[in-house]
Design a protein around this ligand. Sequence first.
Ligand SMILES: Cc1cc2nc3c(=O)[nH]c(=O)nc-3n(C[C@H](O)[C@H](O)[C@H](O)COP(=O)(O)OP(=O)(O)OC[C@H]3O[C@@H](n4cnc5c(N)ncnc54)[C@H](O)[C@@H]3O)c2cc1C
Length: 405
Amino acid sequence: MAKSDPVAVVGAGPVGLCLALALAQQDVAVVLVEAMNDGNFLDQVPRAGSNHPTTLEFFDRIGLYEKMEPRGLIAPKFHYWDRQDNALIAEFDHVLLKHDTRFPYVLQCERIKIIEEALKMAKAHPNIDVRLLTTFTSFEQTADGVTAQVTNAAGEEETIAGRYIVSCEGARSIVRKDLGIEFEGFTYPDRTLNIEVAYDFRKHGYAERNYISDPDEWSNLFHWKGPPDRWRVHFPTKPEEEEEALTVPAALQARLQGFLPTGRDYEICGCNLYTVHQRVAQKFRGGRAILAGDSAHVNSPIGAMGMNSGVHDAFNLADKLVRILRGEADDAELDRYERQRRHVAVKHTQAQTIRNKRLLQERDPAVRRRNHDELRRTAEDPELARKFLLRTSLIESLREAEQIA
Ligand SMILES: Cc1cc2nc3c(=O)[nH]c(=O)nc-3n(C[C@H](O)[C@H](O)[C@H](O)COP(=O)(O)OP(=O)(O)OC[C@H]3O[C@@H](n4cnc5c(N)ncnc54)[C@H](O)[C@@H]3O)c2cc1C
């Protein structure tokens, strides 16, 4: 394959890095453009980190899994709790998926560690030209190729030519805006408060991953490998609450003590407040420009589906681009990418994350009881529990996408 015709990948987040590595390992030349540099790349707020079994299979395919496992925590089980009764509702164990996947567990390994390891691999790969501190600003396309305008590390305007351009720029994708593609959906008025704390919640019966229902103070509780060993607790906020009032140390302590009183201050390692969007791009492709990951879809983190489904986009797209560039398929393959991955974004990721939030914050006592009873019944029946896990782990979404012509 001609090394002179690279694929331009914009954004070295988890999606851009996986795409670049998957292409490069199949002998496709890639230019990977990233606005951040070695000085600030690893200085980003904590975000995604629960990696589902299918995503681990993809990471394994490019040799990334073995670098992540020692830096993460293997979490086969997750819990649903009722905060009002302080009671465990249901426990799900991925061991039920042992015939469906080689990785019957979630790996708790944060985005920052994934991109650190993947960036090292990308820099070492001869087929990837990694351009850090290079900001993509616009692009043009013809029938044969694309040209991307960037401001490079020297502060100069530069044009990068490629066969295709893939936007892995995150939710604010310039490519999506330049193509005039609608980002359909909505934004929740309430923001989510994320507090990182060094405290071992396991001694109170919690699993490594927990979803906690409460009409006012629903939360998520996740464990991350240190040092220092940390847990992340998510809380809802009211739209009118000011960031400063929510994030002063006394307010954070009150929030945590309200969740689990310990009688002494929690050791808080960090906090951030974020806005949650539920949006899917109306199209994933405009000619030779393609959207993947958060550029194409964003959702609430309840259920850990954003990064996972973005990584699934990357591998789906890589396989298709390789076939096209080898002359084994034509551009229509890219329409199939859109049909498959947009279907997953709408019918699985969006539907499920919206449902997850609704479940946790349900106010009607009768509906809460019904929901909790159903979770209990599902967890107690191995066949129902397996079906449930096939959905939550995104295995079902991949199998369904495979059926789309
Ligand atoms: C608090 C929180 C918790 C989350 N938890 C989970 C979870 O547990 N599991 C999960 O699956 N998802 C989770 N998510 C979602 C997840 O973080 C995102 O879905 C994921 O990071 C998207 O990856 P990406 O590569 O598409 O984009 P990003 O990770 O946003 O990366 C985009 C990259 O593009 C670069 N870039 C942007 N614009 C330009 C430009 N013009 N020029 C050059 N470079 C540019 C950026 O610097 C960045 O490096 C969470 C999100 C939040 C906010």
